[in-house]
Design a protein around this ligand. Structure first.
Ligand code: PLP
Length: 425
């Protein structure tokens, strides 16, 4: 019945309904586990598309939302504010390096990116620097599915039908440990290409956007911190703004609260979403330096940033975000993340010895490898994992684990054992 209604009424994201198997229908979640309508349960090793941090239906976050819902469910955010949005902005900004000071709320990763792109473009206009109009992004970058976000993520194969609608964006080479070539050679080539580009267009560049340390959607492509820093410093040296899209890498995924904290480099604009509410509600933020904010001040409306969404700074989302951030301390989350990292470090080399497994890699809580196999075999591998207790969702040939931080070390070790067994079969 429920399955028929799903097939009759719903249009699922990123899904070819004609060939896809019917979706799992999950009725409950607790900790790292999801329970489906057939009475089975699985460990959620994709953190529900990378949004969950502390586990499903976490009682502390659930209670914070319930409490907020009974006090103030929503209020507009222009000419108005509310205590939960103020408290979260202050708490998050206190976790960031000092130049990042001004938080602009929106409601998902794509809008956090759109906001950063629009702020960057208007920033130069407000300052009277008309020629800085170009945008630079990286090959393999993914920044969301709205038109501006697609334009800076144009190398993604998802976007082919819209290519004639893309805004002009320049794309430069990325260097990752999942690449075919040796990493030093890739980095040299990428930096050389970037230098040539910047020599030509450095003075026309408004901003450069990139995912620091890990390009998520294009296949968990992990870069070395020194490379990301070199890129960011070169862009900054031209005077252009640097935007870090930490929609995926934020909130502990890479082992620090934000990936930029491993780089010795602070971006001008920081985009966060996905994990921000611990996986409970849609919310996002774009954090800018005070200097950028000041370029929007004027005695008239002309220079103001005229952008907003109906649900900007939704109080329920802000309450969840505050509760989620507090859990990092009360649940010693970074210790949990290090324990998961250590297991990746120990287990991945063993997987690497299995047939078809290539380029094993990890960064903080994220682990990935390539599986050289036919797409049907990869689908069978994922089904086999589900049948033996684990939900994964390969990105083409990339098999990855993005565990919720509450996953017990023994459960992660068991996931590796189950993967090894399925790979051997
Ligand atoms: C998922 C993602 C986005 C888009 O976020 P949505 O909430 O899906 O719109 C943007 N950037 C990165 C790096 C992402 O991983």
């Amino acid at each position: 019945m429920m399955r028929n209604d799903d097939a009759t009424y719903l249009w699922h994201p990123f899904t070819q309904a004609q060939t896809a198997p019917p979706p799992h229908i999950f009725v409950r979640g607790e900790g790292a586990r999801l329970y489906d309508d057939t009475g089975r349960s699985v460990l959620d090793l994709i953190s529900s598309w990378w949004v969950n941090l502390h586990g499903h239906a976490h009682p502390v976050i659930a209670a914070a939302i319930a409490e907020q819902a009974q006090r103030l469910e929503h209020v507009l955010f222009a000419g108005a504010s509310h205590p939960t949005a103020i408290a979260y902005a202050k708490t998050l900004v206190d976790c960031l390096a000092p130049p990042l000071r001004r938080l602009f709320y929106s409601d998902n990763g794509s809008t956090a990116v759109e906001v950063a792109l629009k702020i960057a473009l208007q920033y130069w206009q407000n300052r009277g620097v008309r020629r800085r109009q170009r945008m630079l992004a990286f090959d393999g970058g993914y920044h969301g599915d709205t038109l501006g976000a697609m334009s800076v993520g144009r190398s993604s194969s998802f976007f082919r039908p819209f290519s004639s609608w893309f805004f002009p964006v320049d794309i430069t080479r990325y260097a990752s440990q999942s690449g075919e070539q040796d990493i030093e050679a890739q980095e040299r080539r990428a930096l050389h290409e970037l230098d040539r580009y910047l020599a030509h267009y450095g003075n026309d560049l408004a901003a450069c956007i990139l995912e620091p340390l890990v390009q998520g959607a294009s296949g968990m492509r992990m870069a070395r911190p020194s490379f990301v820093r070199d890129v960011a410093e070169r862009v900054r040296a031209t005077g252009a703004l640097v935007i870090f899209d930490e929609v995926f890498t934020g909130f502990g995924r890479t082992g620090t609260l934000f990936a930029y904290q491993q780089l010795d480099f602070v971006p001008d604009l920081l985009c966060v979403a996905k994990g921000i509410t611990g996986g409970f509600l849609p919310l996002a933020a774009t954090i800018a330096t005070e200097e950028i904010y000041e370029a929007f001040l004027a005695p008239n409306a002309e220079r103001a940033f005229l952008h907003g969404h109906s649900f900007t700074a939704n109080p329920l989302g802000c309450a969840a975000a505050l509760a989620s951030l507090a859990l990092f301390e009360s649940e010693a989350t970074f210790e949990r993340i290090s324990a998961l990292t250590e297991i990746h470090r120990r287990e991945l080399p063993r997987l690497a010895a299995l047939p078809g497994v290539r380029r094993t890699r990890f960064c903080g809580s994220i682990a990935a490898f390539e599986l050289e196999a036919h797409p049907d075999e990869i689908a069978r591998f994922a089904e086999q994992m589900y049948a033996t207790d684990v939900l994964i969702r390969p990105l083409e040939r990339t098999i990855y684990l993005v565990p919720p931080y509450c996953l017990l070390p023994e459960d992660l070790r068991r996931v590796y054992a189950l993967m090894a067994r399925a790979l051997r079969a």
